[in-house]
Design a protein around this ligand. Structure first.
Ligand SMILES: [Zn+2]
Ligand SMILES: [Zn+2]
Length: 410
């Protein structure tokens, strides 16, 4: 974290915001500068090097959004954290470079959102970084730029633990690997794979940190049709499918066939409940301090029919009852589900309902259908609004997004 984290720059066209912020931000202990002038903003970044820069693209309007490009080089040279508030496409600028230092907030700017975001940066928290949110197959292309085309990969960053924690190794893990390599640090950690379907393992051979002898990894996966974790990965990298084998990895590699009951690791525990999916598929539950995250990207929730609640649904509600955050399969619209019944995925409405029934605090819907365009997902996003009162936050997963959970003392 930057030493200048308490220096904050807000670029917002409404000058009244500065006055309204003055009272609200008193307890934050920050030095907040508000400007609507992009030249002033650029000068300020150069001279004061603020640790956090917030830009409200909607308030700047179309002209401001393109003008903001002029800020780009200053921002990235300053190594500041850069948070962009934007809503839908009119506030979204394709030409902002793809970098994990840019955090997109798919929401309109408000004083409350701003204060909440500043607080989350200032205190230790658990970060959930979404590297791949697409289901079934990778889907690059101009119609998928906003939500992303890479398949399943989620990184959990604990504030007091430098070990890597990753769920799934879909194509999204390639970008994570590159970022880790660029850091120049030795890397150690664990990758928990839910199951061996392509969209959860296809990035595995392309994770560059496996090819450095300085690194050390454990790969975890439940038994797949009697195959142990190591056998599955050897098969994936057998010569029919890939030019090198797992024997070519230079890192120290350990393969763990994961069991369902709770395992204790470095500052966190992991257990899983088997999903309703084609083979043994883990719905992983990670506990750290007093925070619980459940990751269930492939799980078919069958609709309740004639008031009969399936045993699976009851078990799953129990499993979810202590979850602060659930990241769940929401591949289809409910109207599309009947023709996809038995394919192992859920209508997002079912995920919302079971999460609300179980008292889950925050919900991220993921594993987007490869045929869902940004337009489709923006439409779904609007429909989520009707469920907002059930959750502290409810959103569609978007590649590159960083979600934060405050890690309060237990
Ligand atoms: Zn999948
Ligand atoms: Zn699957």
């Amino acid at each position: 974290m930057s030493d200048n984290i308490k220096k904050i720059l807000l670029v917002h066209k409404n000058g009244g915001v500065a006055n309204r912020l003055r009272n609200r931000s008193r307890n934050l202990g920050c030095d907040i500068t508000v400007t609507h002038n992009l030249d002033d903003a650029a000068n300020h970044i150069q001279s004061d090097k603020p640790g956090l820069i917030f830009v409200d693209t909607e308030s700047l309007g179309e002209q401001g959004c393109s003008d903001m490009l002029r800020l780009k080089s200053r921002i990235f040279a300053s190594q500041s954290k850069f948070v962009l508030f934007a809503q839908e496409r009119n506030g979204y600028d394709d030409s902002i470079p793809d970098t994990t230092d840019v955090e997109w907030r798919m929401t309109t700017f408000s004083i409350d959102t701003f204060i909440h975001t500043v607080e989350s940066y200032m205190s230790p928290d658990v970060q959930i970084r979404l590297w791949g949110v697409r289901g079934s197959t990778a889907r690059p292309g101009k119609e998928h730029m906003l939500y992303g085309g890479n398949t399943s990969c989620v990184q959990i960053v604990l504030p007091d633990n430098d070990g890597l924690i990753v769920f799934d190794s879909g194509t999204g893990i390639h970008g994570l690997g590159n970022e880790l390599m660029n850091s120049g640090k030795r890397i150690h950690g664990r990758i928990f794979i839910t199951h061996s379907h392509w969209d959860h393992i296809q990035g595995f051979p392309f994770f560059k940190p496996f090819f450095s002898r300085h690194n050390n990894f454990a790969i975890h996966m439940p038994t797949q049709q009697k195959l142990q974790c190591h056998e599955v990965m050897q098969g994936l990298m057998s010569q029919n499918y890939f030019p090198t084998t797992t024997d070519n990895f230079k890192a120290t590699m350990k393969y763990v066939t994961q069991v369902a009951y709770e395992q204790v690791y470095e500052g966190y525990t992991v257990e899983f409940m088997p999903a309703n999916h084609a083979r043994t598929t883990a719905m992983y539950k990670l506990r750290t301090g007093n925070k619980t995250i459940v990751y269930a990207p492939d799980n078919e929730l069958e609709p309740i029919e004639n008031g009969i609640i399936q045993d699976f649904r009851v078990q799953m509600r129990n499993f979810l009852s202590d979850a602060d955050l659930l990241i769940h399969d929401g591949q289809y619209e409910r109207s599309a589900y009947p023709s996809k019944k038995g394919w192992g995925h859920s209508a997002w409405q079912e995920a919302v309902e079971i999460a609300a029934e179980a008292g889950v605090k925050e919900l991220i819907l993921t594993h987007h259908d490869p045929d869902s365009t940004d337009e489709d997902l923006l439409e779904t996003d609007k429909k989520l609004y009707q469920y907002r009162d059930y959750f502290k936050s409810l959103q569609l997963a978007r590649e590159g997004f960083v979600h934060r959970l405050k890690k309060e003392p237990a």
